[in-house]
Design a protein around this ligand. Structure first.
Ligand SMILES: C[S@@+](CC[C@H](N)C(=O)[O-])C[C@H]1O[C@@H](n2cnc3c(N)ncnc32)[C@H](O)[C@@H]1O
Length: 315
């Protein structure tokens, strides 16, 4: 059943084709959808639509030499921070967008770890998959997924990091930090808006856009071990400054698993089985389609397949 924050229709003034027209005429889509639904915070559906419409823009903006140079410095920093923590067997960027951060991080960290990324937006993930091939970077598995119900098993990825993806989920900080922490085996590394250290002008903009706040305080209240927080002065947008937060979960490495084996049903939280054209959960009886090579691992993308277990046969 759809909750009150969900988009309940793909028709009329909520039709994706209509939203594309609004987006092309300069309308802020998140603001439009929040006001259309009378809500103050962004739901996953609002964020998905807003980013679907932007798909391709991050790859395109790398053509600007200043953006490219900034991205090199930023991803140098992410790779350095991860390498200083441990030698991971697996690294996940949660809310990976078009993989324009993960791709460079993977290139800098090297071929050792298995890399993973997921995003709400299918089009952004599909764009990222294509761009990674052109970089070229291998050993990266991308899928769709939601930070609030991640499609990975508990303790399955050594280092889970985010880069401005918790950002638009203001109000759901505790739920999302809990999910990220559940999946991380060793460290959680957050590069997210630093509301507390931002200027009053930047804070006003963050509130207006429904951005996350107080990640450090929230993590501490949840009993997580925050080992470091640092305000990063260099930011591509001074009105959206970044803070680095490092949370230690354990010193125990995750067992190296084949890339596909780490996927878990976001509803049952147990491993997914690969079947023809989909991933299937024998526990929830939901099948998640694979579209053009992208596993679609969000609850709302699942199909109820009570008999698939019998039809597909034993694993
Ligand atoms: C500002 S972009 C950053 C993208 C990428 N991390 C990067 O560094 O280029 C934010 C991304 O987070 C994703 N995102 C936001 N909320 C999410 C959620 N609840 N679950 C999954 N992805 C989410 C958006 O779809 C978008 O692609």
């Amino acid at each position: 059943m759809l909750g009150e924050n969900n988009i309940e229709s793909n028709a009329g003034d909520l039709a994706p084709a209509h939203l594309v027209k609004l987006y092309n005429s300069g309308v802020n889509i998140s603001q439009y959808l929040r006001s259309r639904h009378g809500v103050e915070q962004n739901s996953s559906e609002i964020i998905e639509l807003a980013y679907e419409l932007q798909a391709g823009s991050y790859v395109q903006r790398l053509e600007d030499p200043a953006v490219y140079e900034f991205q090199q410095g930023y991803t140098d920093r992410i790779a350095r921070e991860i390498a200083a923590l441990c030698a991971p067997v697996s690294v996940l960027e949660a809310g990976v967008g078009e993989a324009t951060t993960l791709g460079f991080v993977a290139r800098k960290l090297g071929v050792g770890p298995a890399y993973h990324g997921f995003d709400l937006s299918w089009s952004r993930v599909a764009t990222g998959r294509k761009w990674l091939r052109s970089l070229p970077v291998g050993n990266v598995s991308l899928c769709t997924g939601d930070l609030a119900a991640m499609p990975y098993a508990d303790d399955s990825i050594d280092v889970v990091y985010t880069s401005h993806s918790i950002e638009p989920n203001g109000g759901r900080e505790a739920q999302i930090l809990t999910e990220l922490h559940r999946v991380a085996a060793r460290y959680l590394v957050l590069f997210e808006p630093d509301y507390e250290n931002a200027s009053p002008e930047a804070q006003a903009r963050m509130r207006e856009h429904g951005y996350c706040v107080d990640l450090v305080g929230t993590a501490q209240r949840l009993g997580m071990e925050v080992v470091r927080h640092e305000f990063l002065p260099a930011s591509i947008n001074p009105l959206n400054p970044t803070g680095l937060t490092i949370i230690r979960k354990s010193d125990r490495p995750a067992r190296a698993a084949p890339a596909e084996a780490v996927y878990a049903c976001p509803v049952a939280r147990t491993p997914l089985r690969r079947v023809e054209g989909a991933y299937f959960s024998p526990d929830s009886l939901l099948a998640y389609p694979v579209i053009d090579g992208v596993p679609c691992l969000r609850e709302k993308q699942a199909i109820v397949c009570c008999k698939l277990k019998d039809i597909a046969g034993p694993a």
